[in-house]
Write a protein that binds this ligand. Structure first.
Ligand SMILES: NC(=O)C1=CN([C@@H]2O[C@H](COP(=O)(O)OP(=O)(O)OC[C@H]3O[C@@H](n4cnc5c(N)ncnc54)[C@H](OP(=O)(O)O)[C@@H]3O)[C@@H](O)[C@H]2O)C=CC1
Ligand SMILES: O=C1O[C@H](COP(=O)(O)O)[C@@H](O)[C@H](O)[C@H]1O
Length: 514
C-alpha cells in the first residue's frame, strides 16, 4: 500500500474518538495500514503529542471491537500519531502544517507524497478547509479528500458545496462517506448478486412482490438536538443511508463489476426512480414524531420534551415511503422504506418478499391453504448480520399443511470489521466503490427535494407514535393498501404463524425477532 500521511481535521472530536481511531487500530492489527503511515491530528485545542497519543489510547480501550492487549504493538501504532494546532480559518496554520508534513515525508524518505485529508468536522468548515488546502500548497501532491455527512442540507446547498469542493479536488479525489456502505452485509449485497446465478435470476418483477428496507433505532435525539431538529429523519437517514441501500439492492450488476460499473448501475437506479409528485406526497410518504413511551422496560420522554427541542417542533423522527423504480426489472414492484428513532428495537434489514405463484394460479384447495407463507429472502444488516431464506414445505404432523422453514446464515460479530474499518481501508487504497459519487448524491437530493418542501410547508400530516413501537399506524396502512405488511414487526401476521411453531418446540430466530 502507498505511504500515506493521514491528515485528520477534527482529531479531538467525537467521531474520531468513537470510530476513526478504533478503525485504524483494527486495520493496524490486521496488517492493513501502509508501512509508512503517519496520522497528523488537528484541532484548536492545545495538545502535546503525548497527550494526543494518550487520548487515542483511551479511545481504543473504550471503543475498539478488539481488546488492546499487546503493549509493544500499541506503542508502534501510537508512534505514527502526531498533533498540530490548527484553526480551519487561519491560512498560517496550514502553512505550518505543510512544513510538518514535508519534514515527516523526508524522514520517511517518501519520494511520492500521498496525503489523505479527512474532514471529521462540521459541514460549515468543509469549503474553507478545501480552499485552504489548495491555497497553502498542501494539496500539491497526490491527495484524497474524505468527507463526512451531511453533504448539503438540500439540493441547492449540496450543489453549491460540490461546486466549491471541486475547485480544490477532482471527483476522483473525493471520498464521500456514507457509513451504511461500509457495513459488511451491505458490501456483500454486490458480491452475493454477482456470484449467485440463482439470485440474479430472481432479481426481477417477475418473481418479487415487494421489497422492504428498514432501519429502526431505539435511541432518541440524544445530545444532538441542535443538529437533529434541523434535519429530521428525512435528511439524517433517508436521503443518504436509506437511498444508498435501495441503490445497492436494486442494481443489476454484471459479473466482475468494478467500482465504475457499480456506480453507473446505482446512478441508473436513481434515474429510474419515479419522482414523487407534490400532490401525491401524503399518499406515499408518512412522517411521524415520537411521543413518550417505554423501550425495553424503561420509560422514555417524547420528542417535544427532549432537551433542546422546542415544544412546537414539527420535526420528523420517523419516515416511511413507497417508491417505484420505473425500469425493465422493477416496474410494478413497490419498495417500502422506513426509518425512525425510539422504535421498539434496533434493526436494519432488507426483506424481499417473493410472489406466490401457487396461490395466484392454482385452484387446488391445498395449494390455497392459508398457512402457506410467501418466500422471503432477508438480509440482516445490523446489529446482527445474516441471511435468511423462508421456504415452504408440507408438515406431515398437520394434515400436510404448508409449513415455512428457514435457512439461516449468521456471521459472528467478533471477527466482523466495523463499517469505518472497511471504508478507511478502501480510501487508503483509493477504491471508491463504497463511497457516494456526486451523481448519486445529487439525484438523491433531487428525489427528496419535493418531500422537504412539503414538510416545510406542512402539507403532509405529522403522525405522533408512541416510543417503543414500530411507528405510526399510517406506516402499516401504506403497505396494507397494497395487500402487504411489514415483516418481522411483532404485531404483524407472520408472528402469529411463528407462535404456533414455537409451541411445537421449534425455534426460528429471525421470525420471532425478540
Ligand atoms: N459523531 C458521530 O457519530 C458522527 C459524526 N458525523 C459527522 O462528522 C463530523 C464531526 O462530528 P463530531 O466528531 O461528532 O463533532 P464534534 O463536535 O465532536 O467535533 C468537532 C471537531 O471539529 C474541531 N473543530 C471545530 N471547529 C474548528 C475550527 N474552527 N478549527 C479547527 N477545528 C475545529 C473540533 O476540535 P477543537 O474543538 O479542538 O477545535 C473537534 O475536533 C460532522 O460533520 C458530523 O456531522 C457523521 C456521522 C456520525
Ligand atoms: O448517520 C447516522 O446513523 C446513525 C445510525 O447508524 P447505525 O450504524 O447505528 O445504524 C443514526 O443514529 C444517526 O442519527 C445518523 O446521523
Amino acid at each position: 500500500m502507498e505511504p500515506t500521511t493521514f491528515v485528520l481535521f477534527g482529531a479531538t472530536g467525537d467521531l474520531a474518538k468513537r470510530k476513526i481511531y478504533p478503525a485504524l487500530y483494527n486495520l493496524f492489527i490486521d496488517g492493513k495500514l501502509p508501512e509508512a503511515f503517519t496520522l497528523i491530528g488537528l484541532g484548536r485545542r492545545e495538545l502535546t503529542n503525548e497527550t494526543f497519543r494518550s487520548n487515542v489510547e483511551q479511545s481504543l480501550r473504550t471503543y475498539s471491537r478488539r481488546e488492546v492487549q499487546d503493549p509493544a504493538g500499541l506503542e508502534r501504532f501510537l508512534q505514527a500519531f502526531r498533533y498540530n494546532v490548527l484553526d480551519v480559518g487561519r491560512i498560517e496554520d496550514y502553512l505550518k502544517l505543510l512544513q510538518v508534513i514535508e519534514q515527516r515525508e523526508q524522514e520517511l524518505r517518501i519520494t511520492k507524497p500521498n496525503r489523505m485529508f479527512y474532514l471529521s468536522v462540521g459541514p460549515e468548515h468543509f469549503e474553507t478547509i478545501a480552499a485552504n488546502i489548495q491555497a497553502s500548497g498542501l494539496g500539491s501532491a497526490q491527495k484524497r479528500l474524505v468527507i463526512e455527512k451531511p453533504f448539503g442540507y438540500d439540493l441547492q446547498s449540496a450543489r453549491d458545496l460540490n461546486q466549491k469542493l471541486s475547485k480544490a479536488f477532482s471527483e476522483e479525489e473525493i471520498f464521500r462517506i456514507d457509513h451504511y456502505l461500509g457495513k459488511p452485509m451491505v458490501q456483500k449485497l454486490e458480491i452475493l448478486q454477482q456470484s449467485n446465478p440463482v439470485l440474479q435470476a430472481l432479481w426481477t418483477n417477475r418473481y418479487i412482490a415487494n421489497v422492504q428496507i428498514t432501519a429502526n433505532e431505539t435511541v432518541g435525539v440524544e445530545e444532538r438536538a441542535g443538529y437533529y431538529d434541523h434535519v429530521g429523519a428525512v435528511r439524517d437517514m433517508f436521503q443518504n443511508h436509506m437511498l444508498q441501500l435501495l441503490m445497492m439492492l436494486a442494481s443489476h450488476l454484471p459479473n466482475h463489476s468494478d467500482s465504475e460499473m457499480v456506480r453507473f448501475k446505482k446512478k441508473k437506479v436513481m434515474e429510474a426512480l419515479e419522482p414523487v409528485q407534490k400532490q401525491e406526497i401524503s399518499a406515499s410518504i408518512i412522517r411521524g414524531q415520537y411521543k413518550a413511551g417505554t423501550i425495553q422496560g424503561k420509560p422514555v420522554a417524547g420528542y417535544l420534551d427532549e432537551p433542546g427541542i422546542a415544544s412546537t417542533s414539527m420535526n420528523d423522527t420517523f419516515i416511511a415511503a413507497r417508491l417505484q423504480i420505473d425500469d425493465y426489472f422493477w416496474r410494478g414492484v413497490p419498495f417500502y422504506i422506513r426509518t425512525g428513532k425510539r422504535m421498539k428495537e434496533k434493526s436494519t434489514r432488507i426483506v424481499i418478499e417473493f410472489k406466490e405463484p401457487l396461490k395466484e394460479t392454482s385452484k387446488d384447495a391445498q395449494a390455497q391453504d392459508h398457512t402457506q407463507a410467501p418466500n422471503l429472502l432477508v438480509f440482516e444488516i445490523s446489529p446482527d448480520e445474516g441471511i435468511m431464506l423462508q421456504l415452504n414445505t408440507r408438515d406431515p404432523k398437520h394434515k400436510g399443511e404448508f409449513k415455512p422453514i428457514h435457512i439461516d446464515f449468521h456471521e459472528s460479530h467478533e471477527d466482523t470489521p466495523e463499517a469505518y474499518e472497511n471504508l478507511i481501508h478502501d480510501a487508503l487504497n483509493g477504491d471508491p466503490k463504497f463511497f457516494a459519487h456526486w451523481d448519486e448524491v445529487e439525484l438523491s437530493w433531487q428525489w427528496v427535494q419535493p418531500i422537504l418542501d412539503a414538510f416545510q410547508a406542512n402539507t403532509v400530516p405529522l403522525y405522533p407514535y408512541e416510543a417503543g413501537t414500530y411507528g405510526p399506524a399510517a406506516s402499516d396502512a401504506l403497505l396494507a393498501e397494497d395487500g402487504y405488511h411489514w415483516w418481522f414487526d411483532e404485531h404483524a401476521e407472520n408472528v402469529k404463524v411463528n407462535e404456533t411453531q414455537e409451541e411445537e418446540g421449534e425455534h426460528y430466530a429471525y421470525i420471532t425477532n425478540n
